[in-house]
Design a protein around this ligand. Structure first.
Ligand code: BES
Ligand code: ZN
Length: 634
């Protein structure tokens, strides 16, 4: 027994070795430790355990995946094979993969030998295990499979759901536990893989992945991809459609349907500068290219940080670059999340809180402190709202997501409490020291996974102790609510907006409101601060003056619609319905359907719209809105 294990035993710290038995609960039983064999050196702490995989990734694991798949739009099906190169240092006799709603046709070992395997019963949260019998000669496992109708990651769009209206489109969303629904794999952020792929698509379409990408279509419809930097499986992604590519600079570019490409060229014009600013702060960009693909509006998120190729919603194209903070965010994930990855979904704040902090630093480099104060204050408002609505156990940075859907971790706690925590440390240490610390942290842990506890130990050792910094760190990380020493952001620009809104309420006259030089963020602050008792007449005065119902800016439209629903201002009805049918971004849908569901008539209105809109939404949004409206498809 090693010293560290002995120490852990004495301190009653649960841990297990990679040579334990495959049941995770048993693995943390210290009695297994003594039998550890010399080649199975890795000791896992309980904090590292991913409870959202059925795989035995701690015992035997995959180092590379090769996909050989074809995409059939006629059958709405992806089919072919996934070949897993495996590492089996402890000579285990089974490897377990995650899957969900996949048809497995056959499994072979070493690219030819028939394998024996069992497929487990469906676990509602985690899917189905695929247990494959292996021996010491097994170097690879090939699973021949196809996706089925219920495949949650995939969104199949008919031409009418695209910008061009001529061609179908398909994209995947892997985070958090959806990659297993289109690739049988050990679907855990606890291990990293490299991947390669050969993908066949209809020859008039182009395929792109979170990997090296084509910049033009080819006649064969066959595309080859390589991702040589190791990533967690939730970052595997593909999109197929009528795509065009334009370069922003030598390292950055945008993919979109042809009819949107010119709008993208302008909107994302600062992308190259963002990458340079990010590198200036926290070290070399490690993924070669940074491109963005703008997807059809059904995409359920604002953005997804698929490496080399951020997936983005078209709702950030505002015509004035005002919503491209999202690009800074997804780019920031190239360090926080993609380079240093949360070890499991309890540590999700490590991905998102760091990314919010980094996002705002990038924006500060490009657009200055005043601009970022607005972003941070809007974020702080979101945080206060989350703290008043979330149950206490969901208000900690470090979560306990076992037996819960990891999607539920996506709240402003991870994002904005995480941001505020790091912002406070920056304040305590001083920016200069904090920047050195963060840069070193990314460098020291690149291409690794991270737990909250390892981060905190690193923080103490490298920043807090050397500088004699003491503060209520445990309260921040392990307790609910917002600690009193959370820094409050002040934005002069927002103060002026508030004064104008107050004047409006005093006079019911818009002459006091002078939004000529307002950015989107000032508009958001203005509309967010409408009083709950705002009347229909007041809404009408504002609408007549500023045409908010017709706003082409999705963020402004969404908050205006929400306030209109709350105030009973029905003039928005046609635009609201059109918006809810066209846009599938959950961040917009959730508050709007919630607002509608607050009254019986509103709920009926919401249901009437939802039956028309539901087909346009990805599974991620469907599952959330079904729950809000109590809808179950017949
Ligand atoms: N990685 C997230 C999206 C995500 C989180 C997908 C959890 C699935 C599970 C992405 O980076 C993100 O945070 N997107 C935000 C962007 C915003 C904060 C700028 C979004 O989509 O709203
Ligand atoms: Zn993010």
């Amino acid at each position: 027994m090693k010293l560290i294990q002995l120490a852990a035993l004495l301190l009653c710290i649960p841990f297990y070795t990679s040579c334990g038995v495959s049941d995770k609960e048993e693995m943390i039983d210290a009695s297994n430790v003594a039998e550890e064999s010399s080649v199975c050196e890795r000791i896992w702490t309980e904090d590292e355990i991913d409870y959202h995989t059925l795989s035995n990734y701690m015992d035997v694991y995959v180092s590379h995946i090769h996909l050989d798949v074809e995409i059939s739009f006629a059958e709405k099906k992806l089919f072919g094979s996934a070949t897993h190169t495996i590492e089996n240092p402890c000579n285990k006799d089974i490897i377990v993969f995650d899957s969900r709603s996949l048809d497995v046709a056959s499994i072979t070992l070493n690219e030819g030998e028939e394998a024996t395997y069992e497929i487990g019963d469906l676990d509602e949260l985690l899917g189905q295990s695929i247990t494959v019998h292996i021996d010491e000669n097994t170097e690879s496992v090939t699973i021949n499979y196809s996706t089925t109708k219920g495949t949650r990651a995939l969104d199949w769009l008919v031409p009418a759901q695209t910008a061009g209206k001529q061609n179908p489109f398909m994209y995947t969303q892997g985070q958090a536990v959806l990659t297993r629904t289109w690739i049988p794999c050990q679907d855990t952020p606890g291990r990293r893989i490299t991947y390669s792929a050969k993908v066949k698509v209809p020859s008039h379409l182009m395929a792109v992945m979170s990997a090296s990408n084509p910049t033009a279509k080819n006649e064969t419809g066959i595309y080859n991809f390589e991702m040589n930097q190791s990533i967690p499986t939730y970052l595997m992604a593909i999109a197929v459609g009528d795509l065009e590519f334009i370069e922003i600079d030598e390292r950055t570019g945008v993919y979109s349907e042809p009819s949107m490409i010119e709008a993208c060229r302008y909107e994302f014009g600062d992308m190259g500068k963002m990458v340079e600013a990010a590198e200036g702060l926290y070290g070399k960009y490690q993924w070669e290219r940074y491109d963005v693909i703008v997807l059809p509006p059904s995409f359920p998120f604002g953005g997804m940080e698929n490496p080399r190729l951020t997936f983005a919603t078209p709702t950030i194209i505002a015509g004035d670059r005002s919503l491209t903070t999202l690009v800074a965010h997804e780019l920031a994930h190239s360090w926080s999340g993609n380079l240093v990855t949360n070890s499991n979904w309890n540590d999700f704040w490590l991905n998102e809180g760091f990314t919010m902090y980094f996002e705002r630093r990038i924006m500060e480099e490009l657009y200055g402190k005043d601009y970022v104060d607005m972003l941070a204050l809007l974020g702080y408002q979101d945080l206060l709202a989350s703290i008043s609505s979330l149950e206490p156990k969901m208000q900690m940075l470090k979560l306990k997501m076992k037996d819960l859907d990891p999607d539920k971790a996506m709240t402003d706690i991870a994002y904005e409490k995480g941001y505020s925590f790091l912002r406070l440390i920056e304040d305590l240490a001083g920016r200069e020291k904090f920047d050195v610390f963060i840069k070193d942290y990314f460098t020291a842990h690149k291409f690794q996974t991270m737990t909250t506890e390892v981060f905190l130990a690193y923080l103490k050792e490298n920043l807090l102790e050397p500088n004699n910094i003491e503060f209520n760190l445990n309260e921040w990380v392990y307790e609910s609510g917002l600690p009193e020493n959370c820094l409050v952001v002040i934005s002069e620009r927002f103060n002026s907006v508030e004064a104008q809104l107050t004047a409006f309420y005093e006079t019911n006259n818009v002459s006091s409101v002078t939004p000529q030089d307002w950015s989107t963020h000032e508009w958001l602050h203005f509309i967010r601060h409408f009083k709950p008792e705002t009347t229909v007449d007041q809404m009408a005065i504002l609408d007549d003056a500023f045409h908010l119902t017709q706003s082409g800016n999705s963020e402004i439209a969404a908050i205006w619609f929400e306030k209109s629903i709350n105030a009973g201002y029905n003039n928005i009805d046609d635009e609201l319905e059109a918006f809810l049918i066209r846009v599938g971004r959950r961040k917009f849908l959730q508050p709007l359907y919630n607002a509608l569901a607050a009254t019986p008539e509103g709920k009926q209105k919401g249901l009437d719209i939802y039956v028309k809109a539901r087909d346009n939404y990805h599974f991620v949004s469907v599952s959330t809105i079904d729950a809000i409206l109590g809808y179950s498809p017949s």
